[in-house]
Write a protein that binds this ligand. Sequence first.
Ligand SMILES: Nc1nc2c(ncn2[C@@H]2O[C@H](COP(=O)(O)OP(=O)(O)OP(=O)(O)O)[C@@H](O)[C@H]2O)c(=O)[nH]1
Ligand SMILES: [Mg+2]
Length: 295
Amino acid sequence: MQRTAFIALVGRPNVGKSTLLNSIVGEKVAIVSKKPQTTRNRITGIYTKGEDQYVFLDTPGMHKPRTRLGDFMVKTASETLGGVDFAILVVEAREEVGDIEAQIIKRFEQDALHAILVINKVDTVRPANIAKTIAAYDAAFKFDAVIPLCAKNGKGVDTLLAECEQYLTEGEWLFDEDMITDQPERVIAAEIIREKLLRTLDEEIPHGTAVTIEEWKEKGGVVSIRAEIYCEKQSHKGIIIGKRGATIKTIGTHAREDIERMLDTRVFLDLYVRVKENWRDSGYSISGFGYRDDE
Ligand SMILES: Nc1nc2c(ncn2[C@@H]2O[C@H](COP(=O)(O)OP(=O)(O)OP(=O)(O)O)[C@@H](O)[C@H]2O)c(=O)[nH]1
Ligand SMILES: [Mg+2]
């Protein structure tokens, strides 16, 4: 008999939710960067073992939104919590419950949602800090389990998966056995380019970028992709391109390598940079970039 469960990964930005998702499914389905607010959409990661299928939903980090895109991101995370069997709250060992975490916990209470607490990045903290963090969260909510782990090297992820088993219920799988995500390859390719922007550029600029795939052609064992990078200011465009095109070249090379790995084929990647002022506050633009804005 097949069993399945829907599980939300929630938490503030930058705690390692997407890293954990990738670690669970064993491949990169969600982009990761050092900068907060990397994830913008809900991302599905599917883990199937024997008769059991776990559908994990990675979400944008919960934060106080300052743009319409931010509103969309927080709404996405919040709505995801409405449709799952249980949640995993991912935190870092901060020794106290933060405002954002307290709000998420309130939501668990309102929805009578079961939750597991994951204390991530244990490779960076002392055991005493972990113990204090556990004590603080124990006092705030009755988590079904508390699991310290390291999403980056995978240590503790097996324990988390074993803990998730109790929530499985009998029911037909929604996805094929060999599927690890429901995102189309084009969407992942655009995300990979956005990841390289986040990793290459300073602070604010990459947060104002969006990537669209304009062309995708396969011929003679080569995939040719034309992608457009949108940024918010003419000056940002100059920075993205760099001196004599050096920056955009680096971004393109790194993105192409990752896309080739994903598709297991040779790739030609052509990148264009365009300016669309204040697109993060335009409902029209953000839905055009694939961030639905229903309001
Ligand atoms: N040292 C260490 N770093 C980690 C670990 N897990 C994630 N990171 C790093 O933390 C940063 C943020 O990781 P993400 O997975 O993008 O975090 P996120 O929670 O998805 O962030 P948003 O999408 O912005 O909400 C990256 O630089 C990761 O490499 C870990 O277990 N140990
Ligand atoms: Mg993320």
